[in-house]
Design a protein around this ligand. Structure first.
Ligand code: ATP
Ligand code: SF4
Ligand code: MG
Length: 366
C-alpha cells in the first residue's frame, strides 16, 4: 500500500497551537516580456515567470518555520509577499484570521507594525546617513508607540542593550560597525515596532561563521523572551535544521515537502529534498547511499510540464511528465508532493543522520 494511503493526519505535531499565519494558494507571477514594440517586431510571445506558483503552509504562534531551496526557487518572493512588499497574483495570506494579501499601503499600516523583516545585507537596509539612534527610533515614532524625545531615547537604549550593543552606540553611524553588529542594529530596528512575526531572509548568510552563531543564538533568545514567530529563510541546511521547528522545501515556485525539521532531515521523502540533503557532507562517515541526480534548475519561465523536478529525478515515470503532483500527508506530520511517494515507488525510511551543529549554534533539538 502506498505511504500516503495509510496516513490520516497532516498534523504539525503538538508543541504549538493554532496557525498565526496561513498561506493558501499563494501565487506571484512576474511579467518579464521584452518591451511591447520589440515583441511585435520580433514576434516574441509574452513571458511570464511564475516565481511563486500556488503554495500553502501555516506557521503557529511561537514557531520557527524554515524555508529552503536552491537559488531562484522563490524564497525571497514568499518573504516579500508576506510583509506586503509584493502584491500576490492570487491566493491569500491570513494573519490571525485577517487576509492581508494585496492590502493597500494604508490598509496594511496597522499590520506592518506586527510583521517585520530582517534582510541578508544589514548595510543595505540601514540608512547610512542616519545615526543608529534615529534608525531605531523611526518605527517607534511612525507607529506612535512612545511619546516624548526622552522616553524614545530611553527605549532606543533599551533596544540596543537587548540586542547586545551599548546604548552609547546610538550616536554612531552604520559604517562604524562590523557586519554582525549591523545585523544586531537591524534586529533592534525590527523589534522597535514591537512585532509578533519576523520574516528573516538569509539573515546570517553574509556573516562569518562565528558571528553567524552569535546572531542565531540572539534570535532564539529573543524568540523565547518575546514569544516571536519566525519565517526563517536560508540556503544553509545545517542552520535551518538547528533553528527551525518545521521546514518547507521549495522547488521552482512550489513547496514540494513540509515536515517537522527532525523528520525532514532524518527521513526526507521527496527526491528533491533527498538531493538537497545529499549536499551536506557526511562528516560522521555513515557511508550512506547518495541519490544520483543530474542537471541544473530549469528556466523558471518555461518550467517542465507535470512535476517540474522530473528531468532531474531518478524516479520519474510517464505520469510525472504530464501530471503535477499534489501535496499529500504522509507519516511524521509531513506533506509531500510526489507521485512516486504516493505510489510507494520512492524508497522511504531513515537515510540520514541529522546535520552536524554549526559551531556555537544552539539547536532547538537539544
Ligand atoms: N521583481 C522581479 N521581477 C522579475 N523577476 C523576479 C523578480 N523578483 C524575483 N524574480 C524572479 O523570481 C524567481 C524567484 O526569485 P527569488 O528572489 O524569490 O528566489 P530565491 O529563492 O530567494 O533565490 P536566492 O536563494 O538566490 O535568494 C527568480 O527566477 C527571480 O529571477
Ligand atoms: S513526482 Fe515523479 S518526477 Fe516528481 S519528484 Fe516525484 S517521482 Fe520524481
Ligand atoms: Mg532570496
Amino acid at each position: 500500500m502506498s505511504e500516503a494511503a495509510v496516513i490520516k493526519s497532516p498534523s504539525t505535531e503538538g508543541r504549538f497551537g493554532h496557525a498565526m499565519l496561513k498561506v493558501e494558494g499563494l501565487r506571484r507571477y512576474f511579467d518579464v516580456s521584452a518591451p511591447w514594440l520589440n515583441r511585435v517586431i520580433g514576434r516574441q510571445p509574452r513571458q511570464i515567470l511564475k516565481a511563486v506558483d500556488g503554495i500553502d503552509f501555516e506557521i503557529a504562534r511561537g514557531e520557527t518555520f524554515g524555508l529552503v531551496g536552491e537559488s531562484g526557487c522563490g524564497k525571497s518572493t514568499v518573504a516579500r509577499l508576506i510583509v506586503g512588499l509584493h502584491g500576490p497574483t492570487d491566493g491569500s495570506i491570513t494573519l490571525e484570521g485577517r487576509n492581508i494579501a494585496g492590502l493597500t499601503r494604508r490598509q496594511m499600516a496597522p499590520m506592518r507594525r506586527r510583521l517585520q523583516m530582517i534582510f541578508q545585507d544589514p548595510y543595505a537596509s540601514l540608512n547610512p546617513r542616519w545615526r543608529v539612534r534615529d534608525i531605531i527610533a523611526e518605527p517607534i515614532r511612525a507607529f506612535d508607540l512612545v511619546s516624548g524625545d526622552q522616553a524614545i531615547a530611553t527605549r532606543v537604549g533599551e533596544l540596543l542593550t537587548f540586542v547586545g550593543l551599548n546604548p552609547l552606540d546610538g550616536e554612531k553611524f552604520p559604517h562604524e560597525f562590523s557586519g554582525g553588529q549591523r545585523q544586531r542594529i537591524s534586529i533592534a530596528r525590527a523589534l522597535a515596532s514591537e512585532p509578533e512575526f519576523l520574516v528573516c531572509d538569509e539573515p546570517t548568510s553574509a556573516l562569518d561563521v562565528s558571528v553567524q552563531a552569535q546572531i542565531l543564538n540572539l534570535m532564539k533568545d529573543l524568540q523565547r523572551e518575546l514569544g516571536l514567530t519566525y519565517l526563517f529563510i536560508s540556503h544553509n541546511l545545517a542552520v535551518v535544521y538547528h533553528i527551525s521547528d518545521r521546514v518547507g522545501v521549495m522547488y521552482l515556485g512550489k513547496l514540494v515537502e513540509v515536515a517537522p525539521s527532525k523528520t525532514l532531515f532524518t527521513t526526507p521523502r521527496h527526491p528533491y529534498t533527498r538531493m538537497l540533503l545529499d549536499t551536506i557532507p557526511d562528516l560522521d562517515m555513515t557511508g550512506r547511499e547518495r541519490m544520483p541526480v543530474a542537471g541544473e534548475v530549469p528556466n523558471p519561465i518555461t518550467p517542465p510540464p507535470g512535476c517540474s523536478f522530473h528531468p532531474r529525478c531518478p524516479f520519474a515515470n510517464d505520469r510525472c511528465r504530464v501530471e503535477a503532483p499534489k501535496a499529500l500527508p504522509v507519516s511524521g506530520g509531513a506533506t509531500v508532493a510526489c507521485h512516486g511517494v504516493e505510489e510507494g515507488r520512492v524508497p522511504s525510511g531513515p537515510i540520514l543522520a541529522p546535520p552536524p551543529k554549526p559551531d556555537g549554534v544552539a539547536s532547538v533539538h537539544g
